[in-house]
Design a protein. Structure first.
Length: 256
C-alpha cells in the first residue's frame, strides 16, 4: 500500500505544468503542488484499499455466514482467477504517464488511442487465460487437494468477471490520472458496500458460488460506473477495442 501511495504521488507530478526556464517558484506554490500530490495519492490509496477488501472479503465473510470448507473453495478459485487480469494490471502501470501527457495536451484522440490499445492487450491476455481456466480449471483445482474440484463453478464465474474487467480497460487509471481520484475512491467504496451485502446474502444460500456471484456483480458495478464516467467526462470510451475513431467532446455531467 505504501509503495502504491508513493508511486501515485510520483505519477501525479506529471499533472503539473512545467515551469518556464529560469522561473522561480514561490514556497506557497510549491506547498500547493505537494498538497495536490498528497490528495491524489490519498484518494488512490483509499481506492486500492477498497480493491483489496473486494478481493479478500469473500473468504472472510464466507467463514462467517457459511463454513470453512466453502471459504477454502472460494479462496482457491479467487487465487486462480486473479491471473485473468494480470495483463491489465501490468498495462495500467505503463499507461499512466501516457494518459497524463495526453490530458496535459488536451488531446482526446491520443487518450482514446492509449485506452483502446490497453483494452486490446488486456483482452488479448484475459481471454486465453480465462478459457484455459474454464477448460482445465477442474484439473488445476485438484492440485489444491481432495474436494477442491468443487470450486470450479466459482472459478468459472470469477474468470468471466475478469474478462469483463479487462474489457473495460484502464478506466480507473483514466480517472485517477485526470485528477478524478476522489471519484474512483467513492465508486470503489460504494462497490465494497454492495459486495459485502451481496456476499452475506448469497454466500449464506450458495456458499462459494454465491460469493463468486457477489464478486462478479461488484466488478460490473465498479467497472461499468467508471467506464461510464470516463465516457461522460472525458469523451473517451475505455472499452473500445475494435476501432480507433475520433472522440466526441466531453459532456457536462449532472453528477458530482
Amino acid at each position: 500500500m505504501a509503495c502504491l501511495f508513493l508511486q501515485t504521488i510520483h505519477l501525479s507530478r506529471f499533472l503539473q505544468t512545467p515551469e518556464p526556464a529560469g522561473a522561480c517558484q514561490s514556497p506557497r506554490g510549491e506547498s500547493m503542488q505537494w498538497r495536490s500530490w498528497l490528495t491524489i495519492g490519498a484518494a488512490s490509496l483509499v481506492a486500492a484499499m477498497m480493491q483489496q477488501i473486494m478481493s479478500q472479503s469473500g473468504v472472510v465473510l464466507l467463514g462467517v455466514v457459511s463454513d470453512a470448507a466453502q471459504a477454502a473453495l472460494y479462496a482457491a478459485a479467487s487465487r486462480l482467477a486473479v491471473f485473468v487480469t494480470f495483463f491489465l494490471s501490468a498495462i495500467a502501470a505503463i499507461a499512466a504517464p501516457m494518459v497524463v501527457r495526453a490530458h496535459e495536451a488536451n488531446d482526446r484522440h491520443a487518450m482514446q488511442r492509449v485506452a483502446t490499445i490497453c483494452a486490446r492487450f488486456a483482452l488479448a491476455g484475459a481471454i486465453p487465460v480465462a478459457g484455459a481456466l474454464i477448460l482445465g480449471g477442474g484439473f488445476v483445482l485438484k492440485m489444491f487437494g481432495p474436494g477442491f474440484a468443487n470450486a470450479f463453478p466459482a472459478l468459472a464465474i470469477l474468470a468471466c468477471a475478469g474478462v469483463v474487467s479487462a474489457s473495460t480497460g484502464i478506466c480507473a487509471i483514466l480517472l485517477i490520472m485526470t485528477e478524478r481520484s476522489f471519484l474512483v475512491s467513492r465508486i470503489m467504496t460504494y462497490t465494497v458496500v454492495c459486495q459485502v451485502a451481496l456476499t452475506l446474502a448469497l454466500g449464506n444460500l450458495y456458499g462459494a458460488v454465491g460469493a463468486a456471484l457477489a464478486s462478479a456483480v461488484a466488478v460490473l458495478i465498479s467497472n461499468g460506473t467508471m467506464a461510464w464516467k470516463v465516457h461522460l467526462d472525458l469523451g473517451v470510451n475505455p472499452a473500445r477495442v475494435w476501432a480507433l475513431v475520433e472522440c466526441r467532446p466531453p459532456q457536462e455531467s449532472s453528477l458530482p
